[in-house]
Each structure stands twice: as C-alpha cells, then as structure tokens.
Design a protein. Structure first.
Length: 282
C-alpha cells in the first residue's frame, strides 16, 4: 500500500463516528477489562497492527510505531501541500540545537518534585513486593482475588508516577490556564492517577486481609504512602475529580450516544460534581 493510500485508510478509520475522541488518554490501558474497546481508536489501531504484522515486543513495537507515525506525517504534509523536507529539516535542526542546550529547568523541577519522587519510590516498593509473588504463579495457584490484586498493583505501579508527571508537566507548561479549566490535561491526568491509587489501595487491602497482615507490618508502608500521595494530589489539583473523562464519565456516551467532542471541550457537570457543589454551599 502506498503512503497516500495508507494515509487515506488511516483517516477513514479515524473518522468513524462511533469512536470517542481521546478516550485512550484517560484510561488505565487495561483493554481486556474495558467496555469501550470497540469505540477506541488506539485499540483499533493496535489490533490492526497486530493483524498486519503479528505480535511484537514493546521495544520493537515502539520503533515501528514511531516510524509509521513519521511516514503518516510525511503523507499528511504532502496531502496538505506542506513542504515535507523543509518541515522535517527544521525539526532536525531544532532537535540538534536542543541537544546542545542545557537541561530544561522546568523538567528538572518536575523530576525533583517531592510528589513525583514519592510516586516513583512507591512504584519501586510495590514491584519489590509483588513481582516475586507473581513469579510464583506458574508454581502456585493463587486464589482469584489474590491474583487479581497482584496484577492490579503491578499494573498501576508505573502508571501512577507517569500520570503524576504528566499532570505536573501540564501545570508547568500552561500555568494558570491549566488551573482555570476543569477540562485540562493536568486535571485529567491527576484524576487517572487518583483512580489508579484507589484501585491499588483496594488491591493492597485484599492482600492484607488474605494474609492477616498486622497493622504495624512494614508491608503496609507502600499502601500508606499511596494514601499520602493521593492526599497531596487532592491538594495540588483540587478540581481533578470533576474532570469528565470522555466516555467513562459520560453516561449518554457510555450508553451508545455519538460524540465528536474533544477531551478538553467543556462538558455538562456530572451528577457527582453537581452534588459536591451543592453540598459546598451549605
């Protein structure tokens, strides 16, 4: 297939009105548990990629996806009459200049932010506990709730710091603009992080209950640290839970209604947000 034909096919798939724009930006990427896979463009593209090329490991898939994105971008530029070589030449020059420049102070500040540092520490501690238990799975059949808890903790361990980093980056980049809008990527990322923390804490509680873990056991420290991170997130992003995730927090869309709204477009307040607003006035 030529690049032009590939581009047309890509745009055709993306224009399906059944799709929910941007839903994949605010999910946990647990596609096997998601009711929206049929309306998610990213999921469809991943399935199409697997159909065309078979399964790849993460490193190979990332490299191929990047190259295909570049090819699509070149095709789109040509389609729109943009000078492809000039555009990519400028980009390469910019990258070279950026590599010679000193590290971005804002990025360094985010990486040193205590909230992000704590989340990474928490992830490392979670893996240290959960990975050895998961490696025993071929030799020991865990009860279903325990196996599910182990998978949940492991899955969210890296997601939580990634979403926190994204929330902090958005605030650093857009400043007050991110603060003023409920439907900002910062709030959306912070919300996904908080939801992941909620699921992780519940999974830890399952393990504690099964193991009759004492209240003062050191294994509880990771759970307690997650709760502290959640409180800090609530303080830093006080309106994050009001963010309306495309599809997930839209009952009409979840029930099958079509939507073309971009993730950052204003949404109708959800019942929960209206209730919280009403209670805050009392």
């Amino acid at each position: 297939m030529t690049r032009a034909a590939d581009l047309e096919a890509h745009l055709s798939r993306a224009s399906d009105p059944v799709l929910i724009p941007g839903i994949y930006n605010y999910c946990h990427r647990r596609c096997d548990r998601c009711p929206f896979t049929g309306r998610c463009f990213l999921y469809r593209e991943n399935q199409e990629e697997a159909r065309r090329h078979g399964e790849r490991d993460a490193g190979e898939e990332g490299g191929v996806n990047l190259q295909e994105s570049v090819n699509l971008m070149r095709s789109l530029c040509a389609h729109e009459g943009i000078d492809v070589e000039q555009t990519f030449g400028d980009a390469h020059s910019h990258d070279a200049a950026r590599e010679q420049a000193p590290p971005n102070g804002a990025i360094a500040a985010i990486e040193d932010d205590p909230l992000y540092v704590q989340s990474r520490s928490c992830a490392a501690a979670a893996y240290a506990v959960v990975d050895p238990l998961r490696q025993l799975s071929p030799f020991h059949e865990w009860p279903r709730d325990v196996a599910d808890a182990l998978d949940t903790i492991s899955w969210h361990a890296s997601e939580i710091p990634a979403k926190i980093y994204r929330a902090l980056s958005g605030r650093a980049e857009f400043g007050s603009a991110a603060e003023d809008s409920i439907q900002s990527d910062s709030n959306g990322s912070a919300k996904v992080a908080r939801l992941a923390i909620r699921e992780s804490c519940a999974a830890w509680e399952t393990l504690f209950a099964v193991g009759a873990t004492p209240r003062d056991a050191s294994i509880r420290q990771t759970h307690d640290q997650l709760e502290r991170i959640d409180r800090e997130l609530a303080g830093r992003f006080p309106r994050a839970m009001e963010f309306v995730r495309p599809g997930f927090d839209e009952p009409e869309v979840a029930a099958g209604a079509l939507t073309s709204a971009a993730p950052f477009e204003p949404r109708r307040p959800t019942l929960g947000s209206r209730l919280r607003k009403w209670l805050s006035r009392r």
